[in-house]
Design a protein around this ligand. Structure first.
Ligand code: ZN
Length: 322
């Protein structure tokens, strides 16, 4: 069975330097050096890891943080260089790599232009955005040019977590040991609740009434949304929202969800019962997770073989036109 991982990361030295104060990279600690060396390899070491784990294709995106929080004068050239570098790696290994662009989100018009250049000139297949760009959820009207361009180009946007704003970390995750607070604010809970909320805010902010063909990808088995969407759908009704469709319809029609870094059959079955098998995508979240674990999980998951094939490669081939 072919395996296409859709949330697989790299980083450029220039973006790493420009974002060196980010709390996540600082907290990686001793484990960091190993992870960072894998992030920076777009050649033989990465391919060897993929071969050893039976991963056929990595859909590559810049790790958190990318250029989302940087000012435009810094972000525009850094994003451009990263996308050029990524396109170069894809060109060298077209059977093994696919790319998602990095965007200079502090200027939405420039981000929309870079998305278009990345797709039409460089052959990338969409973009990945980490966290809340400039501290805002993307239902904010200032981001409309990016959403509109993605819809126009027919490419998905991947909403990936990043460290929550300092005020949120303090109010929600403060008062615990620094290590516990950091883990709870990020991979242990906070990342996922924030991206889940981001998804709901795009829906409730009317983004998909304005851009009905826009497709958003979220990771980690749906960032908590599959287990909560019944409740949101029941309590935030069209009488209040004035939207064209019920909340759940947008989630089912405008979102794809990946298995990145979340190897639980309970979560996978909840996701499949919510979205169906045509909108679930395999992902490892390399190099933060082991490709072997992700592959073994999907191979052993208690689902139909036809659904396993869709998740492992079929849905990604269709969505990204591979
Ligand atoms: Zn990731």
């Amino acid at each position: 069975m072919r395996f296409i991982g859709i949330e697989e990361h790299y980083r450029t030295a220039a973006i790493a330097e420009a974002t060196a104060s980010d709390p996540y990279m600082k907290a990686l600690g001793a484990r960091g050096r190993e992870v960072l060396s894998r992030l920076e390899d777009l050649g033989s070491r990465r391919l060897a890891d993929m071969d050893a784990a039976g991963i056929d294709v990595q859909v590559l995106s810049h790790t958190l943080p990318a250029t989302e929080q940087l000012d435009a004068a810094t972000a525009i050239p850094l994003a451009r260089d990263a996308n050029d570098m990524l396109a170069g790696a894809v060109e060298r290994h077209p059977e093994r790599f696919v790319g998602l662009a990095t965007l200079p989100m502090s200027r939405a018009d420039a981000a929309a232009e870079e998305l278009e250049r990345s797709v039409t000139t460089l052959g990338l297949r969409g973009a990945l955005i980490n966290g809340l760009p400039q501290g805002r959820f993307m239902d904010h009207p200032s981001f409309s040019p990016v959403l509109e361009r993605a819809e126009h180009l027919g490419v998905p946007l991947y909403l990936h977590p990043a460290v929550p704003p300092a005020s949120v970390r303090e109010a929600y995750y403060g008062g615990l040991s620094p290590e516990v607070s950091h883990q709870l604010a990020t991979a242990g809970w906070g990342w996922h609740m924030e991206v889940g909320l981001h998804a709901l805010r795009l829906i409730l902010g009317g983004v998909f009434d304005r851009f009905p063909r826009l497709q958003i990808i979220i990771g980690h088995m749906g960032e908590g949304v599959p287990s909560m969407i019944w409740r949101t759908n029941a309590k935030v009704t069209q009488r209040t929202t004035k939207l064209d469709r019920p909340v759940q319809d947008y989630f089912v029609q405008n979102f794809y969800v990946t298995t990145s870094g979340f190897f639980s059959s309970t979560a996978l079955l909840s996701l499949l019962l919510t979205l169906g098998a045509d909108r679930v995508l395999f992902a490892v979240d390399y190099p933060y997770n082991k490709s072997e674990d992700a592959r073994a999980f999907l191979e052993a998951a208690p689902i139909a073989q036809a659904d396993r094939e869709k998740i492992a490669h079929g849905n990604a081939e269709r969505l990204l036109r591979l």
